[in-house]
Structure formats: structure tokens, C-alpha cells
Ligand binder design. Structure first.
Ligand SMILES: [Zn+2]
Length: 223
């Protein structure tokens, strides 16, 4: 009898619970990961740009418009990272709320614009996560307490990560804290943890390095 009751409860509970899940679209995989950690099983998270794609120069597919239409919340980085997104949201006719996760951070200037890669500093990532938790709670007040609890646990993990990064960097002699990378995506990490990054590509992958940039990099690698 008890087993039968349990089966009935499961039958009743699971479709209902699935229907109650908040549909969230995140523009790219790292934001999707933040949303999953805060939202847990109370959200359905879809990311538009996957881990192996380039969010700077993404071309949305028709299926992306459908995902936006089905969403209650769209989480974006902002700071000019997803230039293709406003048109996608508009053309989808979606009534989803668009939330800029970087809203609470102080952006670094790079040339005439802002450096969009703000999540690379863990203290900034914590601001993103707090912004995302607030957005989820506003969209689904019934689950606000769950989002707050899960956000708190995830923020503690990020705190640990931040400590680990600082400890790892401290073990490297200051004059050797240099990294060569392909794309200048680590400005916030560099500033936060005192590491110098040297990159032949600019802040956006939309531009190609010049011969002079390449020559400078070769010189730096040799040095
Ligand atoms: Zn980038």
C-alpha cells in the first residue's frame, strides 16, 4: 500500500515539478554553468554558444530564436560580448526578461570599449552569481529560498577557488608570472592575480593580429 501510494505521488509530482521549472537561456557555456549551480533542478538551462564555439562572432540558428521564445529569463554577459543577441531576442518576439550578469562589476577599459571577459576574476564571478540568483528569485519567487541557499553554497566554492588561485600564483616568482595566450581574454584575471598575459590577438577574436603583433610576440616568447 505504501509503495502504491509512493508510485502515485511520483506520478503526480514529477510532471508537475517539470512544468514548474523555470526556463532560462544563457548566452554561453560559463553563464549556463553559473545558472545551473544556482538553479539546480528548479531550472531548465539552455546555452546558445557551447564550450567549443566563439561567443564574440556567433551566428544564431533558427533554433536559438525558438529557445528564446520559450524562455522566461535570458542571462547575458553584456559589455559588448554578445553583439548578435539583441537582434535575436527582438526577432524571436520573446517576452523573456533579459538580465545582464555583469551589471554589478566595474568594467576595465580597453581601447574605446570595455573588456567583456569580466568573469575571469573570481571576485567578479561572485558578483555574476549573486546577480543571477537575484534574477532567478525575481522570476520565480516560490523558489527564491532554494536559489539563495544554492547560491550561498556555490559562492563558498568560488571563495575556495579564489584562495587556491592566489596560493598557486604566490608560488611563482614575481618576475616569472607571465603567460602567452592566443586571445586577450584574461585582463581581469591578470589584474586580480598579478599575472602578465601576452596575446597576439586583441580583445575580440573578430580582429586578426598584424605582422608587427606577431613579431612582438616572437620577441616576447624568446625573452
Ligand atoms: Zn573572448
Amino acid at each position: 500500500m505504501r509503495r502504491l501510494l509512493l508510485c502515485m505521488l511520483l506520478l503526480i509530482a514529477s510532471p508537475l515539478h517539470a512544468a514548474e521549472r523555470l526556463n532560462v537561456v544563457a548566452s554561453f557555456s560559463i553563464l549556463g554553468d553559473f545558472v545551473r549551480n544556482v538553479g539546480g533542478d528548479r531550472v531548465n538551462v539552455t546555452t546558445l554558444v557551447g564550450p567549443d564555439s566563439d561567443v564574440h562572432v556567433y551566428t544564431p540558428a533558427p533554433s536559438d530564436a525558438k529557445r528564446i521564445t520559450d524562455a522566461r529569463l535570458v542571462i547575458v554577459n553584456g559589455l559588448g560580448l554578445e553583439g548578435w543577441l539583441p537582434r535575436l531576442v527582438q526577432s524571436s518576439g520573446s517576452k523573456a526578461m533579459v538580465v545582464t550578469a555583469s551589471a554589478g562589476i566595474a568594467p576595465h577599459k580597453l581601447g574605446s570599449g570595455a573588456d567583456p571577459h569580466a568573469w575571469q576574476s573570481v571576485p567578479n564571478a561572485k558578483i555574476y552569481v549573486t546577480d543571477i540568483a537575484n534574477a532567478l528569485a525575481a522570476a520565480d519567487p516560490d523558489d527564491a529560498e532554494v536559489f539563495r541557499t544554492q547560491a550561498k553554497a556555490y559562492l563558498e566554492k568560488l571563495e575556495t577557488l579564489d584562495r587556491e588561485v592566489r596560493e598557486a600564483v604566490a608560488k611563482i616568482p614575481p618576475d616569472r608570472r607571465k603567460v602567452i595566450s592566443t586571445h586577450d581574454a584574461f585582463g581581469y584575471f591578470a589584474a586580480e592575480y598579478g599575472i602578465q598575459f601576452i596575446a597576439p590577438l586583441g580583445v575580440s577574436t573578430e580582429t586578426e593580429p598584424s605582422a608587427r603583433d606577431i613579431a612582438a610576440i616572437i620577441g616576447q616568447i624568446k625573452a
